[in-house]
Write a protein that binds this ligand. Structure first.
Ligand SMILES: [Zn+2]
Length: 274
């Protein structure tokens, strides 16, 4: 039998990988779909979901240069796939969003959406994974006046899968009304805490009157089902070229495939524990 050379081996493996990549599931059309990015903290520390201030500035400059950055509402309301567009969202409502992200976004003229908690004092710090200072109601109002869209992220950021029907009603429906009253702002969009959702949770999000809801399932964000619009989380390790890969067609496909696996694993683990 003919001996396979190293080059042939690499070629074969390479082609196999390319074939696998080309066969990845693509929810929606990844070539033309918009991207909704999900940020958390913009701060120079070692938390997994903190993007350093300098890196955040580079990412915003890259997006401004290469894509059209739209308000989230334009992506939600779009009747067709908006080619090469991005929306910026920030989860949890960290004070560093106001201190560190706002100056950069204002300088570049980029719109953003903030998903806030109902009661920051009740915030589930274990689920959040940090003790960072959260924005006060007056600071959230200030961001709204500056043009930020404000959405809701549940009352206390607990794992919604673990709650009873009554507790879910409290976390999603009643707390939305309380927060709207406190802020004097209509909260149109919901972001599932930790990206966890189920049919029961979605039914309550609809009942609460939210017009759209966001996961962190990765991939393109054009969805017929407005209750499951995918976002891609930006983590501290996604720097420079790695960030540029995340917002590329192949990167989006890879992220969505990876998240699908992760979600299935989480759901299976949760059901087995029950
Ligand atoms: Zn969150």
């Amino acid at each position: 039998m003919k001996k396979i050379t190293l080059i042939e081996k690499i070629n074969q493996t390479g082609l196999r990988i390319v074939a696998c990549i080309n066969n990845l599931p693509s929810p929606g059309s990844l070539e033309t779909g918009p991207i909704v990015l999900c940020y958390h903290s913009i701060e120079n520390d070692s938390w997994r979901f903190s993007v350093s201030v300098a890196e955040f500035k580079k990412q915003m400059q890259f997006l401004k240069r290469t894509k059209t950055v739209l308000p989230l509402s334009e992506i939600v309301k779009a009747k067709k796939k908006l080619k090469n567009t991005v929306a910026l969202t920030f989860d949890d409502g960290y004070k560093n969003n106001l201190l560190n992200a706002t100056p950069i976004l204002s300088e570049l003229g980029l719109p953003a959406t903030l998903f806030v908690l109902g009661d920051s004092k009740k915030a589930d710090r274990k689920a959040l994974g940090n003790k960072k200072e959260l924005l006060s109601a007056s600071e959230i109002k200030k961001l709204h006046k500056m043009g930020w869209e404000i959405g809701f992220h549940s009352d206390a950021h607990t794992n919604l899968w673990k709650l009873t029907d009554q507790e879910l009603e409290e976390e999603i429906v009643k707390s939305k009304k309380r927060k709207e009253k406190e802020l004097g702002i209509t909260l149109r969009y919901f972001a599932y805490p930790m990206g966890l959702y189920s049919e029961k949770i979605i039914a309550l999000v609809k009942k609460a009157g939210f017009e759209a809801a966001f996961t962190v399932d990765g991939g393109a964000s054009y969805a017929k089902d407005k209750m499951k619009i995918a976002r891609t989380c930006v983590e501290s390790t996604m720097k420079g070229g790695s960030f540029e890969a995340v917002v590329s067609v192949l990167g989006l496909s890879f992220q969505s495939f990876l998240m699908l696996g992760l979600r299935l694993k989480e759901r299976a683990r949760f059901l087995l524990k029950k």
